[in-house]
Design a binder for this molecule. Structure first.
Ligand SMILES: Cc1cc2nc3c(=O)[nH]c(=O)nc-3n(C[C@H](O)[C@H](O)[C@H](O)COP(=O)(O)OP(=O)(O)OC[C@H]3O[C@@H](n4cnc5c(N)ncnc54)[C@H](O)[C@@H]3O)c2cc1C
Length: 406
C-alpha cells in the first residue's frame, strides 16, 4: 500500500510528478523536497525570455504559468536538501537531520553545470538556476565583452541574447564546431554560422585555460596563448547528474540513476527516477540513455507517477527525444537520436536560405532531424521516426509539404 510518496527535487520533473500523482487520483501523502527556495520554475526561459528581460522571473514559475500550481494537499518543502537515502528503512534524510519515511520515492534532482577548474574571479558564471540568470542579466547590463565557453545550446542562447543587447560576443569551442559531439561537425558548423551572421566571433579548436582578474574577470586565457578581453564569462560545458547525495546508498548509479524502461531503480523499495538525473533503459536499443531535455523530463515524470499509482499496468517511455532552442528569433529543433557518425542529408526550404533541415540516417532508416526555422518539416520527421520510417520517406514527405520537386 502506497501511503506516502516523497519526491526529491522540485524542478520540472519533481513538480510534474507531484501534479500527475494527483491527476491519477492518488490520495496518499505527497511530499516534494527541493533544495532551492524559489517555487518550482521552468529553466528554458532562463536563457531566453527572462535573460532578455522580456519576462519577469515569476513568469517562469511552473504554477503561475499553468494558473493552478500544486494542489494544496502536496507538502512542499523548499530550501531543503536531501543528504542521504536509507533504502532498507525507506527513509530519506534531509539537511535538518530529519528522516522522512516513504513508501515510494521519486528521485528528480536534475543536474549541475560543470565549470572551469581553478580559482574563478567574479563575473564568471554558469547558468542553471534563476539566481544564476539574475546574476548574468545584471552583468550583461554592465556591458561586455562576453566570452561564452563551450558551443552548446545554453551558451549559444546566452550569446544570442547578449548580441541582441548589443554586446561584443565571442564563443570559444574546444572541438572543430559547436555541438560537434551532439550532431557532428558539419551540422554543428551550421549552428556556428548563425552566430557569425549575427556578429559573434566563433573560435573553434581552442580550449579555455583560465580566467584572469582580481575583483572582476578581465581576460580569458586560451590554450593557443591568445588572451580575450572579458567583462563577463558564461561557461556552458555541460552538466553532471546530481547524484552525490546517493553515493552511499544502495541506488544503482552510472552517469545518473540507473533505471529500467519504467523509470524504476529499485523495485523492492519502490524507488524511481525522472528527468536529467535519470538514465532510463531504451528497450528498442537495449541501451540506457540519460536525456537532458525538457520534454523528456516532463514525460518521464508523468510515466513514473502513473507506474506508482498503477503497479499492474506499467508504462514505458515511447516518445522520441525532442529538444528546441531559440536563437535570434529562429527556432532550432532536434528530434530523435543523432549520432555524429551517421550519414547526413541536407534540405533547404525554397525561398528561405536560412530554413534548413539536416536528416541523420543509418542503414536507410531515419534516426534524427535537426531543423533551423522549419518547424513543419521537423514535425513530419518526428512522425516518420516514431513510425520507424526511412530517410527516403522523410525526404519525400518534406519535399511534398514544401512544394519542392521530387
Ligand atoms: C538555461 C537552460 C535552458 C534550457 N533550455 C531548454 C530548451 O530550450 N529546450 C529543452 O528541451 N530543454 C532545455 N533545458 C533543459 C531542461 O530545462 C531540463 O531538461 C529540465 O529542467 C530537467 O528537469 P529536472 O526536473 O530533471 O531537473 P532540474 O530542472 O535541474 O531540477 C532539479 C531540482 O532538484 C534540486 N536538487 C538537486 N539536488 C537536490 C537535493 N539533494 N535535495 C533536494 N533538491 C535537490 C535542484 O536544486 C533543482 O531545483 C534548459 C536548461 C537550462 C539550464
Amino acid at each position: 500500500m502506497t501511503r506516502r510518496v516523497v519526491i526529491v527535487g522540485a524542478g520540472l520533473a519533481g513538480f510534474r510528478a507531484a501534479q500527475e500523482l494527483r491527476a491519477q487520483r492518488y490520495d496518499g501523502e505527497v511530499v516534494l523536497v527541493g533544495a532551492e527556495t524559489h517555487p518550482p520554475y521552468d529553466r528554458p526561459p532562463l536563457s531566453k525570455q527572462v535573460l532578455a528581460g522580456q519576462w519577469s522571473p515569476q513568469h517562469a514559475f511552473l504554477g503561475a504559468a499553468e494558473g493552478t500550481g500544486l494542489d494544496g494537499s502536496v507538502e512542499l518543502r523548499l530550501g531543503t536538501t536531501a543528504k542521504a537515502l536509507h533504502t532498507a528503512d525507506h527513509q530519506l534524510v534531509v539537511d535538518t537531520g530529519e528522516a522522512l519515511r516513504f513508501d515510494a520515492l521519486i528521485i528528480a534532482t536534475g543536474a549541475a553545470p560543470r565549470t572551469l577548474p581553478g580559482r574563478l574571479p567574479p563575473g564568471v558564471h554558469t547558468l542553471r538556476t534563476l539566481d544564476d540568470c539574475t546574476a548574468i542579466r545584471s552583468d550583461l547590463l554592465r556591458g561586455g565583452p562576453l566570452v561564452v565557453v563551450g558551443g552548446g545550446f545554453v551558451g549559444a542562447e546566452v550569446a544570442a541574447v547578449a548580441r541582441e543587447l548589443g554586446l561584443h560576443v565571442t564563443i570559444v569551442e574546444a572541438l572543430a564546431a559547436p555541438l560537434e559531439r551532439a550532431v557532428g561537425a558539419s551540422a554543428g558548423a551550421m549552428c556556428g554560422q548563425i552566430h557569425e551572421e549575427h556578429g559573434v566571433t566563433v573560435m573553434c579548436n581552442v580550449a579555455v585555460e583560465g580566467c584572469d582578474g582580481s575583483s572582476r574577470v578581465e581576460r580569458v586565457r586560451l590554450s593557443d596563448g591568445a588572451r580575450l578581453d572579458a567583462g563577463l564569462v558564461v561557461v556552458g560545458i555541460g552538466v553532471r547528474p546530481n547524484t552525490g547525495w546517493l553515493e552511499n546508498s544502495a541506488v544503482p548509479l552510472d552517469d545518473g540513476v540507473v533505471c529500467d524502461e519504467f523509470g524504476c531503480a529499485d523495485q523492492e523499495h519502490r524507488i524511481y527516477a525522472a528527468g536529467d538525473v535519470a538514465s532510463w533503459l531504451n528497450p528498442s536499443t537495449g541501451r540506457r540513455i540519460r536525456v537532458e531535455h525538457w520534454t523528456s523530463a516532463n514525460e518521464q515524470a508523468r510515466i513514473v507517477a502513473h507506474n506508482i499509482t498503477h503497479p499492474h499496468q506499467q508504462r514505458a517511455l515511447d516518445a522520441v527525444p525532442y529538444f528546441w532552442s531559440d536563437q535570434y528569433g529562429q527556432r532550432i529543433q532536434l528530434v530523435g537520436q543523432a549520432d555524429p557518425g551517421m550519414r547526413t542529408t541536407v534540405l533547404t526550404r525554397p525561398g528561405g536560405g536560412a530554413h534548413r533541415l539536416v536528416l541523420f540516417s543509418e542503414n536507410g532508416a531515419l534516426s534524427a532531424a535537426l531543423g533551423f526555422g522549419w518547424t513543419r518539416a521537423v514535425a513530419l520527421c518526428r512522425r516518420v521516426i516514431t513510425g520507424g520510417g526511412s530517410l527516403d520517406e522523410a525526404v519525400a514527405q518534406v519535399r511534398k509539404a514544401a512544394g519542392m520537386a521530387a
